[in-house]
Design a protein. Structure first.
Length: 82
């Protein structure tokens, strides 16, 4: 489906709905193709959560000196005597 930039300004909701249904929308300016509007693909939420967890705890990965991250953090939080 081809639409001009003027049509996109006039009825954006209808054009975006068409794209969300799977129709590829090509946006033109003065008859020249300038952009393509396609449906957004959702990734699985479990993969996203797993990636975030890997990023958060990545600095502890592979540290042999630490038996447990929890015990290491507790030891660092103990009161210090100067």
């Amino acid at each position: 489906m081809k639409v001009s930039a003027k049509e996109l300004r006039g009825k954006p909701t209808q054009i975006i709905e068409q794209a969300s249904r799977g129709t590829e929308v090509v946006i033109t300016i003065r008859g020249q193709k300038k952009a393509r509007l396609v449906a957004y693909q959702n990734e699985s939420k479990t993969k996203d959560v797993q990636d975030r967890n890997d990023d958060i705890f990545g600095l502890w990965k592979g540290r042999k000196a630490l038996a447990s991250v929890e015990s290491y953090v507790r030891s660092k939080r103990k009161a210090r005597v100067f």
